[in-house]
Design a binder for this molecule. Structure first.
Ligand SMILES: NC(=O)c1ccc[n+]([C@@H]2O[C@H](COP(=O)([O-])OP(=O)(O)OC[C@H]3O[C@@H](n4cnc5c(N)ncnc54)[C@H](OP(=O)(O)O)[C@@H]3O)[C@@H](O)[C@H]2O)c1
Length: 280
């Protein structure tokens, strides 16, 4: 039998890097969707040596660009007839307001819209390969999120944490909506909080958040432990039929924010998201 195929975003550092290595060690053919190709290719070469799994590939993907996401999906499908596991791991927390090339608030574009489009474009591959799993890396910060889809670009004074929380709330809500839509299949969709992990998640070295994160970094999980929940949701045999759930950093299913339980809001989010990424 051929190896199961997994596509994972954002493997050039932190939780994604460890997750990719562990999946390769577990016998997956690993496709790493990354925006910085030289860094991703160097990592691929290192992982091939470390894991002795030669089936590790890189596909270009900038999640902040809808065009790049579309090209990534086309590229992937061209080379891989099946997809058993999709891990939407990549994310960022901004220090200052910025717009994506498509004109969306960059945090929303990177953490939510790009992964939403990628997932939608790869759904047919997942369904054709079922049983299959979708694992979305969210954050417990989503509990602070408020969905302002009419004005996702800015709401009052810019706060990186506020736009990040909104994007992660959207991830949690879309995961539940996706699980509902996939109920007649054996493709599952779950999301998780990895814990507070010492990584490069705050890219702007001048931000106050970066300084605060540095101060408390000795208390944080390392990336190895930060990847535990992603790997559990991706691999645990007992989760084969578990879908639409939110896992905490101890690999337990917990209730997400109350807003995520609002079905009408979820459906509203789904149709607004479709419009934003240009899906009919
Ligand atoms: N660290 C935490 O405490 C924590 C807590 C809760 C949730 N999370 C979530 O965990 C996930 C992994 O983050 P991490 O902590 O491991 O951070 P990280 O070390 O900064 O890794 C983030 C990864 O995402 C990639 N990425 C960022 N923007 C991208 C884009 N536009 N297109 C493609 N890839 C992009 C980065 O690639 P580049 O190398 O190109 O920048 C990097 O590989 C994220 O979804 C994050 O929100 C983290």
């Amino acid at each position: 039998m051929s190896a199961p195929v997994c596509l994972i975003t954002g493997t050039t550092s932190g939780i994604g890097r460890v997750t990719a290595r562990r999946l390769a060690e577990n016998g997956f053919e690993v496709v790493m969707a990354c925006r910085h190709l030289p860094r991703a290719e160097a990592l691929r070469d290192a992982l091939i040596k470390e894991t002795r799994n030669a089936k590790i590939h890189v596909v270009p993907c900038d999640l902040a660009s809808l065009e790049s996401v579309r090209e990534c999906a086309i590229n992937f499908k061209h080379n891989h007839p099946r997809l058993d596991l999709l891990v939407n791991n990549a994310g960022m927390l901004p220090g200052r307001p910025r717009l994506s090339d498509d004109g969306f608030e960059l945090t929303l574009a990177t953490n939510y819209l790009g992964p939403y489009l990628l997932t939608r474009l790869l759904l047919d591959s997942l369904v054709a390969s079922q049983p299959a799993r979708i694992v979305n890396v969210a954050s417990n910060t989503h509990t602070l999120g408020k969905l302002d889809l009419n004005r996702p670009q800015r709401s009052g004074i810019f706060s990186g944490m506020r736009v990040y929380a909104q994007a992660k709330l959207a991830v949690v809500m879309a995961t539940i909506s996706l699980a509902e839509r996939l109920a007649s299949t054996t493709v599952t969709a779950n999301c998780l909080h990895p814990g507070v992990v010492a990584t490069n998640i705050i890219p702007d070295s001048r931000s106050l958040l970066k300084a605060a994160a540095k101060l408390v970094s000795p208390l944080m999980l390392d990336a190895e432990r930060g990847a535990k929940t992603t790997l559990h949701v991706a691999l645990a045999a007992e989760l084969a039929n578990v879908s639409g759930k939110y896992f905490n950093q101890h690999q337990r299913i917990i209730e997400p924010a109350a807003l995520a339980g609002d079905r009408a809001l979820r459906e509203h989010l789904w149709s607004v998201s479709e419009r934003m990424v240009g899906l009919g």
